[in-house]
Design a protein around this ligand. Structure first.
Ligand code: GLA
Length: 685
């Protein structure tokens, strides 16, 4: 188990470094991510390099038995870069420049930025590639975090090249974008601009390509650095830190280029859905590389500094949140950052070593956590533990939240709500693109899958044909990969399996956004100001939100109606399986009731049945983790042995935030699980 933090010794005088290593040892730290923002220290001016300090730090860490995840330091160009090469600066939609003075002020597609960043990476790689302390490479940092989209002239030029490579002829682009509409027909690629400030809606098909392009530009920066590391002879795993469900970067497309997946997760202590949402994030991350453990690269020991109000964690919460990562596949637990900064924007952000020193609750929590993780017997790799898949797709996310739709819909919120119904019951869920759905699952939930590619539809159909249970809807199977309607109406791919015919989207009334139809960008969830419709599902009275679509069963049975008698939930036998359609976004009670029906129909089981509310359970091969996130003690019963003590568990009371790691044999283990420790995932070109 890796344990450590971002380490920024360049913020501190050399006198502190020995103390750092000593205290790291005391805390159980065995790895640090080094030098993430050290570009200006390594290369103070163009042509001037200073590695002496880094040699010293790495030497001290190595002597102290602390491994290094060495950063390529490209995330914050130094002042000389911005001053000498203003073409490296990004721009917003209106053409305004993002100036230096913060971080991430680079245009990802700028050839000059890439050249300078490349020189930095090459220098670092050539110097340290064989250093025995260096066990991993940390490329960039949180690509796109602050600045997911750049509209600069570099972006314009790169976008035209990207479109040329994708479409070859401008006629193909015109067809894909439907440019006969509103006189948008292009005569050449050089007439295309990024979607800069415009009087009204941009062409939605172009927006989809623009989002693909911006994700690709960030990925290209990563790949550029990765190739330099490989050319220098890197044999250590290479990766960058993801941010869970981060809309601008299609991590499902990025994942194959990471040797292991690393993730940063900062659950919001004030959010009532904190536990569910962080579980969703960890399951999404685990699902990106099935069978391979992942690394939690950043979490906070206590408060962060970047929300409007920043409460700390409750006693025990750090352990409970950490256990959630381990339970869902993490083999490394790390923090931002090692030593709390004394200057700069993040001086109020917690760290492993607080500014107030070691006589603090944070330091005690950190050292206790390090000791407990170090003592854990070896963990199994995450297996094929989930029988339920949530179909989650970035391209769909981009498309379904474009403007000018029947209603605005918050895709992530809808997916989390469905996920939550299973999470609350202790049922494991993988979160995968539709193409990755296979017959290893028993139940697949595909909410609001508006954009459905042929290959995704094919995988979902094969899944049903082979005996699986699928739920789709609402607003699903509406457009193709260009965000265009397909011939033949709606649900053209899944309609036969669903046994329904689609008539209309039936948007429910909402609060007016004012103006001439120019709605607010970004999705929403229904709130009190929006119309809802009563909906009865089995014994539950729930409410339909956002839409109440009109669908007509062809071969499907109607399981639930809207108040006005139209079908709200249908179920259809198809080949060896069954396909359900839900014609609305039910409220939480409704989603829960539909989930109950699906669980009964598909026979999926919880990891451990009968746990009290607020007690989370997850399986990772033989490891079953039970976490009491509640404020009261909780009684649990479980037929397994304590992973740490070896004693039989039986019935036990877990205090608030208490964690139990238990061993429970698996029926039919996952064959794809990798037995390699996380650092053994060497890169391949
Ligand atoms: C991100 C960054 C870190 C730091 C933390 C603060 O995760 O990667 O450099 O800014 O946020 O929470």
């Amino acid at each position: 188990m890796l344990y450590g933090a971002d380490y920024n010794p360049d913020q501190w005088p050399e006198e502190v470094w020995d103390d750092d290593v000593r205290l790291m040892q005391e805390a159980g730290v065995n790895i640090v991510s080094l030098g993430i923002f050290a570009w200006s220290r390594i290369q103070p001016t163009e042509g001037e390099w200073d590695f002496a300090w880094l040699d010293t730090v790495i030497g001290k860490l190595h002597a102290g038995g602390i491994r290094v995840n060495l950063a390529t330091a490209t995330a914050s160009p130094p002042p000389w870069v911005s001053a000498s090469y203003p073409e490296t600066l990004p721009a917003d939609e209106s053409g305004a420049t993002y100036w230096p003075g913060s971080r991430q002020h680079f245009a990802p597609s700028s050839p000059t930025y890439r050249r300078l960043a490349g020189e930095l990476v090459r220098s670092i790689a050539e110097r340290y590639v064989d250093h025995p302390a260096v066990v991993m490479w940390h490329v960039g940092n949180e690509f796109g975090c602050h600045l997911p989209m750049d509209f600069s002239d570099s972006a314009r030029d790169a976008y035209r090249d990207w479109l040329r490579a994708k479409y070859t002829t401008v006629e193909a682009l015109n067809d894909a974008w439907g440019t006969s509409f509103w006189s948008q027909r292009y005569a050449g690629f050089d007439e295309v601009f990024p979607p800069r400030l415009a009087p009204y809606s941009h062409n939605p098909s172009s927006m989809l390509d623009w989002r693909r392009f911006t994700s690709d530009m960030l990925l290209e920066c990563y790949l550029m650095e990765r190739e330099i590391l490989l050319a220098a002879g890197a044999t250590q795993p290479i990766t960058t830190n993801f941010m869970g469900p981060f809309k601008p970067a299609d991590y499902a497309a990025w994942a194959p280029h990471m040797d292991v997946i690393a993730d940063d997760c900062y659950p919001d202590p004030s959010s009532p859905t904190r536990v569910r949402d962080s579980a969703f994030q960890r399951d999404l991350i685990r699902s990106l590389k099935p069978g391979v453990p992942w690394l939690l690269w950043e979490q906070a020991t206590d408060a962060v500094n970047w929300r409007p109000s920043n409460p700390g964690k409750a006693p025990g919460q750090l352990m409970a949140e950490t256990a959630q990562s381990v339970a869902r596949g993490a083999d490394g637990i790390m923090f931002f950052q090692w030593r709390q900064s004394r200057a700069g924007s993040e001086k109020f952000h917690s760290a492993m070593l607080p500014h107030a020193g070691t006589d603090t609750a944070t330091w005690r929590a950190v050292t206790e956590l390090g000791a407990r993780l170090a003592a854990l017997p070896e963990l199994p790799p995450p297996g094929r533990d989930a029988k339920v898949a949530l179909a989650f797709d970035w391209e769909n996310w981009w498309a379904v939240e474009e403007r000018d739709h029947p209603t605005e819909l918050d895709y992530l919120a809808v997916c989390r709500e469905w996920y939550g119904a299973f999470h609350a019951r202790g049922i494991m869920v993988d979160i995968v693109p539709p193409e990755q759905v296979d017959d290893g699952y028993d139940l697949v939930v595909a909410p609001a899958l508006y954009l459905l590619r042929d290959a995704g539809a094919g995988a979902l159909l094969r899944f049903v044909e082979s005996g699986g249970t699928l739920l789709a809807g609402p607003f699903s199977d509406v457009v193709d990969e260009h965000d265009q309607f397909r011939d033949g109406g709606f649900v053209t791919q899944l309609g036969q399996a669903l046994g329904i015919r689609f008539e209309n989207f039936g948007a429910l009334g909402g609060a007016s956004t004012g103006g001439s139809g120019v709605g607010a960008q970004g999705g929403r969830q229904a709130d009190a100001s929006h119309e809802t419709l009563p909906l009865r599902i089995a014994e539950t009275t729930a409410r339909a939100t956002l839409v109440a679509e009109t669908v007509h069963p062809t071969t499907a049975d109607v399981v639930a109606d809207f108040e006005d008698g139209r079908p709200a939930l249908t179920r259809n036998q198809y080949a060896a399986g069954e396909a359900w359609y839900v014609a609305t976004v039910p409220d939480a009670a409704g989603i829960d009731a539909v989930a109950s029906e699906l669980i009964a129909a598909s026979g999926v089981e919880p990891v451990v049945a009968g746990l009290p509310d607020g007690v989370e359970v997850a399986r990772r091969g033989e490891l079953v983790t039970v976490i009491n996130h509640g404020h009261e003690p909780a009684d649990i019963t479980l037929d397994g042995v304590d992973w740490e003590s070896g004693a039989a568990v039986g019935s036990r009371t877990l205090g608030p935030q208490e964690v139990l790691f238990a061993r429970m044999p698996v029926a039919g283990t996952g064959p794809e699980a990798s037995a390699d420790p996380v650092l053994a995932h060497a890169p391949t070109a």
